[in-house]
Design a protein around this ligand. Structure first.
Ligand code: FAQ
Length: 320
């Protein structure tokens, strides 16, 4: 081995040791720091999937913007859907600090080469779904994302702090909407229960496959990207949701859901993982529609991107 190769090996050993120490200390890796290629690509995969979910996640509730039952509900819903767009933007920016290109990520989403959360491939046929998404979908998102405020990559952790604050408001508005409907007519109460029946199992699937069939969890935990496993967070979500359902006056569609005093947790049934796999493969009820809407929005926005690029080029020209 030549002298320069020995020096290179020693230098990269030092960098890897520094990286391991930062992770072991629970401190943050920043974009300028050395990181293993697998750490970078895992983060780009997860952050991109997360960003795509926020953007595609505007559609199911956005479906109700033109038909919200009052001005107050419309204003709340509009603010929530706009917040999700903002979350997508923070996340794409975090991915860019890792060297990813935003246009490339958008292209991969539209071409079906990158995933987004399974939960957004279910339809929203009633206004109660707006409340249920806020309560259960944002509730599951919070459960998953609060630990990500301590994830080992600095820009992702910092983005999550703001996202979680906004998601808490989203969850409360959903729960408040459902509480109002539960105080309404028998038909409104039935609408809430029917909506909860449709969203409960898909919400549990948001946490990802069971730990024994999750290929990424072990390495992501070792790198401090994930702080808890998929099953740990799913259990936390079930335990959190049961008393909220009781207070609301609805039930979950799971005959196996029961308090287990010995474990200090609720036991619950197994989600239909074959349904999950089908949805993730693109065969859910609304996958095609979601991507078609996203593609159309991207194409309709081409003139804005062209104008912004032309303006930036002109500014540079003027500066010379
Ligand atoms: N849907 O090995 P794991 C929101 C994929 S919240 C689709 O366990 P990992 C807020 C996974 O990518 C929703 N695919 O993977 C909102 C992997 O595939 P790959 C977004 C899923 O990454 C509310 C494969 O299965 N939140 O948007 C799903 O360690 C209301 C094996 O899985 C986040 O993205 C799924 N549910 O753990 C917006 C949170 N689960 O890439 C609007 C950040 C797994 O190897 C309205 N992400 N897969 O081919 C995470 O915490 C993690 O990525 C997990 C998955 C936990 C989702």
């Amino acid at each position: 081995m030549s002298t320069s190769n020995v020096l290179d090996t020693n230098a990269s050993d030092d960098l890897a040791a520094q990286f391991d120490q930062i992770v072991a200390d629970g401190a943050r890796i920043e974009p300028r720091d050395w990181m293993p290629d697998g750490y970078r690509s895992t983060l780009i995969r997860q952050i991109a999937q997360h960003a795509h979910s926020e953007i595609i996640g505007m559609q199911p509730e956005g479906n109700w913007l033109t038909r919200a039952p009052s001005l107050r509900r419309k204003a709340i819903l509009m603010a929530k859907v706009q917040d999700e767009a903002g979350h997508g933007l923070y996340l794409y920016s975090a991915a860019e600090t890792l060297g990813a290109d935003r246009a490339d990520l958008t292209g991969k989403l539209i071409e079906g080469r990158q995933k987004y959360s399974s939960i957004f491939n279910y339809p929203t046929p009633t206004f109660a779904d707006v409340g249920t998404i806020g309560w259960l979908v944002d509730g599951a998102a919070i459960c998953n994302q609060v630990p990500l405020c301590r994830t080992s990559f600095g820009p992702y952790a910092r983005a999550m702090i703001r996202v979680c604050k906004e998601e808490s408001f989203h969850q409360r508005q959903g729960y408040e909407l459902l509480t109002t409907m539960m105080r309404g007519t028998p038909a409104q109460r039935r609408m809430v229960q029917e909506s909860v029946d449709r969203w409960w199992w898909p919400a549990l699937m948001m946490f990802g496959p069971p730990d024994d069939s999750s290929p990424n969890t072990a390495q992501s935990m070792a790198w401090g990207i994930k702080r808890h496993t998929n099953d740990e967070l799913r259990q936390r979500f079930v335990d959190m949701s049961v008393p909220q359902a009781e207070a609301l006056g609805v039930t979950f569609p799971d005959p196996d859901l029961v308090w287990n005093a010995e474990r200090g947790h609720h036991d619950f049934g197994e989600p239909d993982w074959s349904e999950f796999m089908e949805v993730v493969k693109g065969n859910g009820a609304t996958n095609l529609e979601r991507i078609a809407v996203r593609r159309a929005a991207h194409e309709d926005g081409a003139w804005v991107r062209d104008a912004a690029t032309a303006f930036a080029a002109r500014e540079q020209e003027d500066d010379r």
